[in-house]
Every structure is written in C-alpha cells, then in structure tokens.
Design a protein around this ligand. Structure first.
Ligand code: FEO
Length: 164
C-alpha cells in the first residue's frame, strides 16, 4: 500500500513526464520547421519515450490501488536559436527530471516503501542514459560548430536513432 503523500508525488511526476513529452514534441516540430529531419526524428522518439515513462508511473500507481489524476500542463517553449541550444535545453530539462526522481526516491526511503524504491530504480538508471544521450549529441554539435557540412552529417546521425 502506497502512502497518500507518495501517490500525490508520483501523480505530479506523471504530469512532468507528459510535459517532457510535450517539450520534446515542440523541439521535434521546431527542428522540422528548420529543416533538420534527423533531429526531428531524435526528438520524436524522445517524445514517445516520455509518454511511456508517464504511463509506466501511472500503471504503478494503479497496481498500488491509487488513482491517477491528470492536471493541466504549462505550454512548452516553441522556438530555439539552433540545434545546440535545443539539446542544451533538453539536457537541462533531464537534469531537473533526475533531481525529481531523486526526491521521489528519498521520500520512498523515508517511508520505508520498498516497492516504490524498487520501481524507481528503473527510472534512476534511465536518467543516467538520458543525460548521457543528450551529452553525446551536444558534444557532436559542438564539434560541428561553424561547418555546414559537419552539421548536415550530425543531423543525418540523429536521424539514425531508433527505439531502444
Ligand atoms: Fe522521463 Fe526524460 O525523463
């Protein structure tokens, strides 16, 4: 049985995961508008993964007998100067998500809620991968700075991302 406080915190996190999806879809659409089809692919996959994160949390709440309550979301930013700014924003966002997952884990530990701690382990590992993915792209884009050819190749590389 999950505590009311934990269930509320996980509901908040569900909202944040859906916001993450919304943010990455906005990035995908801005990338498309700017002609970067590869980056649009990368962010569209990220958009889908974030929805899966939200639904994974939702299923856990329901398995624990708690109700999923959806709430309004803020509008995401819709325009970025370039791909580098977009991916830097993505990394900054993931850093925030990592901190929120950490807060959920700290709450579960304080409540000696081992089931929630166990469920969160998947997200803790996922955050390491998400931050690493964004870092790798930022590095690639920084290496491409000032070269249209290198940027073209970087975008092609982003287009190769498939579902993991
Ligand atoms: Fe659901 Fe990107 O963290």
């Amino acid at each position: 049985m999950i505590s009311k406080k934990s269930a509320q915190a996980i509901n908040t996190q569900i909202n944040r995961e859906f916001f993450s999806a919304f943010l990455y879809l906005a990035m995908a659409k801005d990338a498309t508008a700017k002609g970067f089809k590869g980056a649009a692919n990368w962010f569209t996959i990220q958009f889908k993964e974030e929805q899966e994160h939200a639904l994974r949390f939702a299923k856990y709440l329901e398995d624990q007998g708690a109700k999923v309550v959806l709430a309004a979301m803020d509008a995401p930013k819709t325009e970025w100067a370039d791909l580098l700014e977009m991916f830097k924003d993505a990394l900054a966002h993931e850093n925030k998500v990592t901190a929120w997952i950490g807060e959920l884990a700290a709450l579960a530990a304080a409540e000696k809620d081992f089931a929630t701690q166990n469920m969160l382990q998947w997200f803790i590992n996922e955050q390491v991968e998400e931050e690493s993915n964004a870092h790798d792209v930022i590095w690639m884009l920084e290496m491409s700075a000032g070269s249209k050819g290198a940027l073209f190749m970087a975008d092609k590389q982003l287009g190769k991302r498939g579902r993991s």
